[in-house]
Structure formats: C-alpha cells, structure tokens
Design a protein around this ligand. Structure first.
Ligand code: B16
Ligand code: MG
Length: 215
C-alpha cells in the first residue's frame, strides 16, 4: 500500500480530553441526582454530544423532553469548554509531535477526523491548528461514526483516495468508520476493545513511519 495521508481522531489519539468530558458529565448527572462513573464514561468515547447525553440519561433512568435535553447538553458543553479553555500544548500525548513531523518530512498529508464540535478550540489551545492539512469535525458531518463520512470528507479535502489513507482511532466506532470507508486503521489503546483494527498500539511513543509502512 502506498500511504499518501494519515487521518487522526482527536480525543484519545492526539490528546486526552475524556477526563474533561467526564468532569462535565459527572456534574450534570449529580444535578440530576445519580452517580456517573469512569466506567460509564468509557461508553461515551467517540460518541457525539447528543448521543452521549442519551446514554447518560439511560444510565440514570431519566426520561426528559427534547427541549430539556438541549438545555442539558448546552450546560454540559459550557462546563466542558470552561475546562478545555485552560488546556496547554503540554497535554499533547507523547510522541505525537515527533510522528506528525516525520509524516510532514516524508510528504504524507494529515487531517483531523473528529466527532467533536470543539475540535477547532482544542487544536488552537494545543497550538496544533497549523499542523494539519485539513480539519473535519463534528460541525462538518451529519452522520456519526461508525459511518465513514468524517474520514471520507478528510480524504476528499486532502485530494487522496480512501485506499491510500491510514486512520488512527481510539474508539471502536471510529475503527469501524475507517474500515467502512475502505481505509486501513491503527487503533490507539487496547486490543480487546479495538479488535477490528489492522494493528493496535498503546500510543505514538515507540511508533514511527517505518512501523507504519509495515502494516
Ligand atoms: P463535543 P473524537 C469525541 O471526539 C469524543 O471522543 C466524545 O467523547 C465526545 O462526546 C464527542 O467528541 C463530541 O464532543 O461535545 O466536543 O462536540 O474522539 O471523535 O475526537
Ligand atoms: Mg476518540
């Protein structure tokens, strides 16, 4: 395979924002009178904001009207944004910058493919906005992962064929989205969770372009 582009999920791949989502969702659950645990939070990784709220309400056994749901999602997002506004480039996961530079030097294009509507703010806080040739986020797609839309739009923006792309993803639905788009996928995390990925690695610390070419 000739690799022309790498597409990166954001949360859980470039940076760990799950901890901030957790704080904000936990507060909402507390307001509603139930406990939201880290284990519950695992179920929200890679899932859109409104779908995450539905899962949280199901966990708490709460049934609420649509307008109430929108108010809740907005209030969670305000709390979340107040936390991510304080992020700094130190929070970029180990090895990411080195790997991105390696790709750039090799002429391989890069894009972000994230479900998050806050991706532009996160990338700005991390001073990473200029690192990527394209950014496709939750504001630009209408079908959530495992639909391949976010990655197909990324490939299109980069002017490359899906079969020339490798996706990096930490969520099972994101791995499926990549495969549904006829792309290779490297899972970031645990093999048991990301079983469908072509390869699973713990992170970028010991991963280089040479390793990538071997998949
Ligand atoms: P927002 P990713 C996803 O980002 C997160 O993993 C997920 O937990 C979150 O609910 C979703 O973005 C939406 O985020 O509320 O900021 O729009 O992993 O696809 O980069
Ligand atoms: Mg993710």
């Amino acid at each position: 395979m000739k690799i022309k582009a790498c597409l990166f999920d954001l949360d859980g791949v470039i940076v760990d924002t799950a901890k901030y989502h957790f704080i904000a969702w936990k507060e909402l659950a507390a307001d509603l009178g139930f406990e939201f645990t880290e284990e519950h939070n695992e179920r929200l990784k890679g899932v859109s904001r409104m779908a995450s709220l539905d899962i949280l309400l199901e966990i708490g056994g709460k049934y609420v009207r649509q307008d109430e749901k929108e108010r809740m999602a907005n209030s969670k997002n305000e709390r979340y944004v107040s936390l991510i506004k304080k992020m700094t480039p130190d929070e970029i996961l180990p090895g990411v910058i080195r790997f991105l530079n390696e790709l750039k030097n090799a002429g391989i294009k890069t894009a972000i493919g994230s479900a998050s509507k806050n991706a532009p703010l996160i990338l700005e806080r991390l001073k990473l906005d200029s690192y990527f040739d394209a950014i496709i986020d939750g504001n630009k797609v209408s079908h959530a992962k495992p639909d391949p839309e976010v990655f197909l739009k990324g490939a299109e923006a980069l002017g490359v064929h899906p079969s020339e792309c490798v996706v990096f993803e930490d969520a099972a639905a994101g791995v499926e989205a990549a495969l549904n788009g006829n792309m290779k996928c490297i899972g970031i995390g645990e093999k048991e969770v990301l079983a469908k990925a072509d390869k699973v690695i713990p992170g970028f610390e010991n991963f280089s372009l040479e390793n990538l070419r071997m998949i």
